[in-house]
Design a protein around this ligand. Structure first.
Ligand SMILES: C[S@@+](CC[C@H](N)C(=O)[O-])C[C@H]1O[C@@H](n2cnc3c(N)ncnc32)[C@H](O)[C@@H]1O
Ligand SMILES: *[C@@H]1O[C@H](CO)[C@@H](O)[C@H](O)[C@H]1NC(C)=O
Length: 243
């Protein structure tokens, strides 16, 4: 099984040689402009299929409002098109970060469509380094389909933990590595070399729950589910971790 898997993974890698060449000569940057259009469509479909799960997950956000009152402060990392805004409680304040500035146009549209929340600002930054956001300054940090793409998951979680106030929560909904005895696991590995380029650096084979467990949160509510999506991204983890 493992020999077959490595063989087919190698084949797919060979097939991606032209794309690797495009990256080597520095032309892959063009895809950073195209990807937001793709993500705009993909996230609409994702939201339809995951609607109830997102609604249930984010319904607990108000519990993390500061004891003294005031609006709930949310920081979203890798915000993309602002696809989670409809699920946030009325009156909350949102700051967004994403390393790709070409998402801004879509983000603005989502801001206009969701006037139940107050949009603070969009910061062009990667999850690993959000230095312009103060320590312990937000009640909740949100990451959906982002930990699959960041360069360093533990560094990103360290940043999220730094920015959260004590008692605040890190919300996540992420596709993850499948059970090693499954065909999904096999195909996640075989297709990874191609998926990486078309998914803007997305990795199918991350055991992200392990990084979450090691990130120093005091309590983690985490569920493994099979999402109603394409088989490679069916295995999901959903939940929140409290600082
Ligand atoms: C699959 S999209 C998900 C977008 C959005 N969160 C959603 O749920 O639709 C992945 C996002 O992660 C962003 N991203 C890529 N590298 C990142 C990094 N190092 N830190 C934070 N976000 C990153 C991408 O620009 C993109 O917006
Ligand atoms: C990822 O970040 C962690 C925490 O900051 C660091 O210890 C580790 O060396 C980083 N890993 C890589 C591959 O850069």
């Amino acid at each position: 099984m493992s020999f077959l898997m490595n063989f087919f993974t190698f084949l797919v890698k060979v097939l991606t040689l032209p794309v690797q060449l495009i990256e080597a000569v520095g032309l892959y940057g063009i895809y950073k402009r195209v990807f937001p259009f793709l993500m705009y469509r993909v996230s609409a479909t994702y939201n339809k299929k995951m609607h109830d799960k997102k609604r249930d997950l984010f319904s607990s956000l108000p519990e993390f409002n500061k004891p003294g009152g005031g609006p709930l402060n949310i920081l979203e990392i890798g915000c993309g098109t602002g696809t989670n805004f409809p699920f946030y409680p009325s009156g909350c304040k949102i700051t967004c970060t994403d390393p790709n500035p070409h998402f801004q146009k879509f983000l603005q549209k989502s801001v206009a469509d969701n006037d139940h929340l107050t949009f603070e600002r969009f910061v062009v930054a990667s999850g690993e380094d959000m230095g312009s956001i103060e320590d312990e300054s937000v009640d909740a940090v949100v990451s959906t389909l982002v930990l699959c793409t960041v360069n360093n998951v533990s560094q990103t979680l360290r940043e999220a933990h730094r920015i959260l106030r004590p008692g605040g929560a890190f919300y996540f909904m992420e596709h993850v590595l499948a059970d090693p005895s499954s065909w999904t696991y096999f195909f996640q590995h075989v297709l990874q070399p191609a998926w990486y380029y078309f998914g803007d650096g997305c990795v199918l084979t991350r055991a992200t729950w392990e990084d979450l467990e090691a990130a120093g949160f005091s309590e983690i509510k985490l569920r493994h589910i099979e999402a109603p999506l394409t088989f490679m991204i069916k295995p999901h983890i959903i939940g929140y971790a409290i600082k």
